[in-house]
Design a protein around this ligand. Structure first.
Ligand SMILES: CC(C)(COP(=O)(O)OP(=O)(O)OC[C@H]1O[C@@H](n2cnc3c(N)ncnc32)[C@H](O)[C@@H]1OP(=O)(O)O)[C@@H](O)C(=O)NCCC(=O)NCCS
Length: 158
């Protein structure tokens, strides 16, 4: 199992590679990822195998107190279905709770059943579907996780 931990500045290139592999046209650039590390360092989590970043997740604080947004969850194609996405998600949620965030939002493609299933199993519920969220023909489900409801679940599986 790869190491799951907070990312370092030295890993920005690795994060960028995973972003490009997984998100292609929606990938964050290295400059944006570098800034995410300053904005939300403890909530930028990587999976690392043999010194190489093979997956990551990122949560960013919102202006509303106690709220954050999960803005990335990505595992490189050749490392999927081994529990890495779940481990990344659990760590970022428990870190978010440790830092005082009680509500986490995210968006996901409505037909991304794998991710939606993972999020639901962690306690996320769907708030609604926004048509054209990222522009024409780019709808997204908006999901929400509440620490009050999900904390016990999270800790039970930690
Ligand atoms: C979503 C993603 C992060 C999951 O990563 P992963 O490391 O494969 O996930 P895990 O191995 O922890 O699996 C999580 C759950 O999804 C299920 N799952 C994963 N891949 C699956 C597949 N191809 N078919 C069916 N179920 C699948 C697993 O069975 C697991 O459920 P379980 O723990 O009850 O068995 C990964 O598929 C990915 O990077 N996808 C592209 C980017 C993306 O969709 N990100 C999220 C939305 S923005």
């Amino acid at each position: 199992m790869p190491e799951i931990r907070q990312a370092t500045v030295a890993e920005v290139d690795g994060l960028t590679r995973v972003e490009r592999d997984v998100y292609v046209g929606h990938a964050y650039s290295s400059t944006v990822l570098r800034q995410f590390l300053d904005i939300a360092g403890p909530l930028v989590i990587v999976a690392v195998e043999d010194g190489e970043v093979i997956g990551h997740t990122i949560a960013l604080p919102a202006v509303s107190e106690g709220e954050a947004w999960l803005v990335a969850l990505a595992v490189r194609g050749d490392w999927r279905k081994r529990g890495i996405g779940r481990s990344l998600s659990r760590l970022v949620l428990s870190r978010a709770v440790d830092h005082g965030y009680r509500t986490i939002h995210l968006t996901v493609e409505p037909d991304n059943q794998i991710a939606i299933g993972l999020y639901e199993s962690l306690g996320f519920t769907t708030e609604g579907k926004v048509p054209d969220y990222f522009g024409k023909d780019e709808p997204r489900l908006v999901m929400r996780w509440s620490a009050k409801r999900s904390e016990q679940l999270l800790h039970a599986f930690a």
